[in-house]
Design a protein around this ligand. Sequence first.
Ligand SMILES: Nc1ncnc2c1ncn2[C@@H]1O[C@H](COP(=O)(O)OP(=O)(O)OP(=O)(O)O)[C@@H](O)[C@H]1O
Length: 688
Amino acid sequence: MAEVTVNNAKVKNTKLDQGAECYRSFAHAAQHLAGLQAVDYFFAKELSQCLSFAKCKASAEYDSSAAHQWLHLLIALSVSLRDGHSCLPITAVAGKRYFVDSTTDATAPLAANGFEFADVKRLTNLLAQLPLEARQQQPIVLSHGRLYLRRYYQFEQELKQVLQARTLTSAPQRNSEQASTVGLTEISAIIATLFPTLASESDSRECDIDWQAVAVANALNKDFAIIAGGPGTGKTYTVTKLLAALIMLNQLQKCLDNHSVAEQVAPRIALVAPTGKAAQRLSESISNAVQGFRGSIADQVLDLIPEQAQTLHRLLGVIPGQVNFRHHQDNLLAVDILLIDEVSMVDLPMMTRVFRALPASCKVILLGDADQLPSVAVGSVLADLAPRPHPGYSPLNQHYLAQVTGYHQLTIDHSVSHQEHYSAADCVTFLQKSRRFDGEGGIGKLAKHVINGHYHESWQLLQQSSLAKDAQPASGQLSLLSGDIKNWLAPLVAQYYHDLSQCAQVEDAFALLAKFRILSSTRKGPQGVDSLNAMVMELLREQGVIADNRFGQNASSRLYASQPIMITENDYRLGVYNGDIGLLWRNASGHLMAVFENAQGGLQWILPSRLPTFDTVYAMTIHKTQGSEFQHVAMVLPEQKDNSLLSRELLYTGITRAKQQLSIACSQQVWQSGVSQQVKRYSGLTVN
Ligand SMILES: Nc1ncnc2c1ncn2[C@@H]1O[C@H](COP(=O)(O)OP(=O)(O)OP(=O)(O)O)[C@@H](O)[C@H]1O
């Protein structure tokens, strides 16, 4: 029952349509609501007019305060979507004052004092009067206390249903029920072949679990599996063994079905990643892993593992000028096994579209680091599907894993608790041990402290490492940069960027460029990417690399050979995408061209005048570096300590881009504020 009532229905109706009129204009609304953008205002205004209390047959009666609550809920929903949430839980705003200007003195005459939302009970009662149930086909949906834009509700529901179906069909007992299916004995034999030490360590299995073996075993009998882990935990190494295991299983199955060797058809495997750079790295890592396994795994198995990855866009088939892809539910992909790497970067609509284009029989393996920043666009698919702490495996799955690996007690996240029923959590395996950063390596330790929110320990480590580095320059992985930016930047520019122009071949320049990158959390401001790039260019001018006339007004005259660039919008016709990194280089005829490395290891040469928009990229934002790694990273954080972009996930992502050396320029206050904040995206994508 509503708390606010109006006696006269006529009065009620005129008042009820006043939701947007509580503000005369966007400018008026922006005076009251801090952080409001035009899109939020017009989104809420339009939707509150099309879905108003006056238009629906509300059983209760409301005054304009109810309409104001509704208008502000829609504004908050728009802000949520801009921030990458797929929905807005009512509990996130109920009883709270929102859109308050926290940077200005609240008593200042122009300070935005925000809007106070009613409590959960009242908001729930208000929303119950609007036709917001999914079946009512309105643009806004209310489901389980979460407000959605219908489009994202549909994506989430579709993905949830398909994953639920795959989880169910993956339940272990299926194998034992099907007489002709390869059984546990064969799976155990394959695991023992791929992990020979497992068999010889049967007595000590409870102390030192080989999670890579568990990951392979756990994915082997399921239609859908996630292998999650931090940098260098062996995700690609493990998945290459998993692909080998699946090929062996397929061969055994074909033998059981009485196919001759000549008749055996190898499974069609597709390797994909969200960006060209990530696809290129996946190709390299799989190729290295395959080479490493020669001699220990049969060549006729390894030869069937593809070593070329492609982007998700390429897999699905982009249609220029359209959001839809060539492959969808009516034109399925011809794949038996799909491996997607760097899944933390894949947003909700993209992931839904991928599953939509897959045959039900296709096995899906997701790889990624759930601690990294979520996708730029809406959703946090990997973090939703592989939550920490892990709830534990069901008895059914434990039993299966014990049979094929010998591990009787798989303790995940220090908990021996089990899920009672088989669920999506059974499809997830976390790899725990980093092979790249050993226990003593500063980068690995720092990353661990940051993602666990240990501010004191992480700051102490940074300071100590910097001291140790002075004493033993060769061993220190970490350094804390201080003082004027130009002072510490100049030697780094001389070390890594000066020689780009001296490289004889563009391939050498790409290799040099991959060694070092400057990262910042923001674009603007004195520590932002734009200023840092300008500083590097000024230093290169001082070092004689860039001619003075490259700083003129004319845009095309500012381009120079060896200039690293990053594309900032997709161009499907040219095949270059937002985030792709290239170099300007002179071709054999002396013409300045833009060169890009493609996922297949080749080079693509494009006239700069044909390129979509691009930036210079000596420095780049941490967001844009996902899927890339460098030997040395210099991470610069802005001075303002209340920078809302900072979070432990952002710092973790920046830190883990560095393979050998990490230099950080940041004040103690900013570090503390970053390590304390956490990114949590609202979503309803929990699959049971
Ligand atoms: N069990 C293992 N035994 C020996 N070497 C291993 C093992 N697991 C991984 N490695 C090595 O550790 C390194 C990192 O492994 P890999 O590239 O598979 O990790 P990743 O988790 O995919 O890393 P990234 O952070 O790049 O995604 C590789 O050189 C790999 O060969």
